[in-house]
Design a protein around this ligand. Structure first.
Ligand SMILES: NC(=O)C1=CN([C@@H]2O[C@H](COP(=O)(O)OP(=O)(O)OC[C@H]3O[C@@H](n4cnc5c(N)ncnc54)[C@H](O)[C@@H]3O)[C@@H](O)[C@H]2O)C=CC1
Ligand SMILES: O=C(O)C(=O)COP(=O)(O)O
Length: 526
């Protein structure tokens, strides 16, 4: 039974779903990083929000971990490349909390416009300072969005409903989409110059870090109010403080900080500064949404291999996963076979599918081929890290879907190019689920994959099989199955045998020196 650790505060719905799906679940929010490192090795899945830091150091202890599920959007607290390198799928829930976060941005915009926190504190202190708190209307003001994706576009919609003029800076926003949303697409310079309220809705990346730098803050309109419900690090906090102190910036509301938890900050106590402790996603509705979604996604992955919303792997629906499972086994065998048969550096891999296989999602098949191929030289490779490992080794990967009639109801062929030329192997599924090898190096053969096999290329001459049988008999190696194939009578032939115990290097050498033998190789699968 797979085991999942929930290491952040999450709606109880997540644990309920894991249990209902037959997954053992342990809830331990608030562990220190040392405590987490001490137990992470027991778990197949880790469900988190933003507090848990899934760093490369932590993942070194995560020897069984297969999936990290982020109940939320931002995965900047996960070292995704480190997870990928360890073959761990990282998934998030990209929509479950977007409305809630957009609403928080709007709430902060109003709080700034009417100085609600200060007015509340003053009133409850018995001061009744009616003349101190003069606000501004948002109607007809310009709302500038930096980032107009899921959350930004919901904020835009709400802003338009409030009769604001909405402009957006987002290099990836198409003019058509901008028109659909009803926003004016502008440059950052234009936005800074025009906006009465600026709200940030981008992830924290190299291109967005410090996007509201001291220099850019200086270009904003005097009296601007700034809201950040996206990520700390998008705004230069010191420059923001200076702008508030000088009065150039009329107000700022931060839900997120460079350092979290933000228990102290030079901004605290600054007039017209409002802060919330990363509450953007904290509503009952959003937390139920993301908890259900992350638990369903992680359960699908752990139980069926289905992949959704993964950042480091192509999607595979829970419905398609069982259909693809036998293909992935076949693909992995074929990749591992050709990997073992190719003695030199691989330059390119082509995965071809025909018949029923051509109707399927080819990406997972390719992932499995690459994982099998690279298992020859790595025991940590899997479908998640195989494409990155191939890229790191400059292996070109291509996929071909043939819509032609084939001798087989379904076929997967793997071609590999290396310094010694191009070679291919192909396989089918027997009875819809049993991987079977049907071709090696263009020679037809019919063989199941066995844990231990010997592959031989020899001249098709009488007497060879007897000599081989005698040799293996002498060393006590029992032959399980025997498969022959040849190009033409008397030409090159191949022989694949499954054996019940390993052959040592010396025996293999003896086989390789039997008359007529060109190649003899021990293969392992499993
Ligand atoms: N405060 C909170 O509790 C929450 C914060 N968030 C954060 O909100 C942010 C946005 O989330 P979504 O809208 O769902 O993401 P999204 O991916 O749908 O949208 C992000 C947008 O930013 C744009 N973008 C990327 N680089 C840019 C750049 N250099 N300049 C301008 N725009 C750029 C993208 O084109 C995209 O349209 C994320 O960082 C997420 O972690 C999300 C949920 C809750
Ligand atoms: O979903 C996101 O990106 C968030 O920032 C929400 O964070 P949280 O799950 O509330 O810690």
């Amino acid at each position: 039974m797979p085991k999942v650790l929930i290491s952040d505060k999450m709606s109880p719905k997540a644990a309920e779903i894991f249990r209902a799906r037959g997954i053992e679940v342990v809830e331990k929010p608030g562990l220190t990083k040392e405590e987490l490192a001490a137990i992470i090795g027991d778990y197949d899945g880790l469900a988190i929000r933003s507090s848990t830091k899934a760093t490369a150091q932590l993942l070194e202890h995560a020897t069984k971990l297969k999936v990290i599920g982020r109940a939320g959007i931002g995965v900047d607290n996960v070292d995704v490349p480190a997870a990928t390198a360890r073959g761990i799928v990282v998934m998030n829930t990209p929509f479950g909390n977007s409305i809630t976060t957009a609403e928080h941005a709007i709430a902060l915009m109003f709080a700034l416009a009417r100085q609600l926190p200060e007015a509340d504190a003053s009133t409850q202190a018995g001061k009744w300072e009616k003349n101190r708190f003069m606000g501004v209307e948002v109607t007809s003001k310009t709302l500038g969005l930096i980032g107009c994706g899921n959350i930004g576009s919901i904020v835009a919609e709400r802003g338009l409903g409030l009769k604001m003029k909405v402009v957006a800076f987002d290099p990836f926003l198409t003019p058509e989409r901008a028109q659909d949303i009803g926003v004016e697409k502008v440059t950052l310079e234009e936005l800074l110059a025009k906006a009465d309220f600026i709200t940030l809705h981008t992830p924290l990346t190299d291109s967005t870090r410090n996007i509201l730098s001291a220099e850019n803050l200086a270009k904003t309109k005097k009296g601007v109010r700034i809201i950040n419900c996206a990520r700390g690090g998008l705004i230069d906090e010191a420059a923001l403080k200076a702008g508030l102190d000088s009065g150039h910036i009329a107000g700022a509301a931060l839900d997120v900080f460079v350092e979290e938890p933000a228990t102290q900050s030079p901004l605290f106590g600054t007039p017209n500064f409002i802060s919330t402790p990363h509450l953007g996603a904290s509503t009952d509705e959003a937390q139920v949404n993301v908890a259900i979604q992350v638990a369903e996604q992680m359960s699908d992955f752990l139980l069926t291999g289905g992949v959704s919303n993964a950042l480091n792997m192509p999607s595979l629906s829970a419905e398609d996963a069982p259909k693809l499972k036998p293909y992935m086994a076949l693909a992995e065998y074929l990749g591992h076979l050709i990997g073992q048969l190719t003695g030199d550096e691989i330059r390119a891999v082509t995965v071809e599918v025909e018949g029923a296989a051509a109707q399927l999602n080819i990406k997972p098949i390719t992932g499995a081929v690459l994982a099998g191929l690279m298992r020859t030289f790595s025991d940590t490779v899997n479908m998640v890290n195989a494409p990155t490992m191939a890229r790191d080794r400059n292996i070109e990967v291509a996929e071909v879907r043939h819509e032609r009639d084939t001798d087989y109801q379904t076929l997967v062929r793997v071609k590999v190019k290396s310094a010694s030329g191009e070679r291919s192997v192909a396989g089918t599924l027997f009875g819809a689920a049993q991987p079977r090898l049907v071709e090696i190096f263009g020679i037809k053969v019919e063989a199941d994959f066995a844990n231990r096999m010997i592959f031989i290329i020899n001249e098709d001459k009488p007497g060879f099989i007897g000599r081989l049988g005698t040799k293996l008999g002498e060393v006590g190696v029992n032959i399980g199955t025997f498969h022959l194939g040849r190009r033409d009578a008397g030409a090159e032939a191949i022989l694949l045998l499954s054996i019940d115990s390993p052959v040592d290097g010396g025996t293999l050498k003896d086989i390789a020196t039997l008359p007529g033998v060109k190649t003899a190789k021990a293969l392992t699968f499993g």
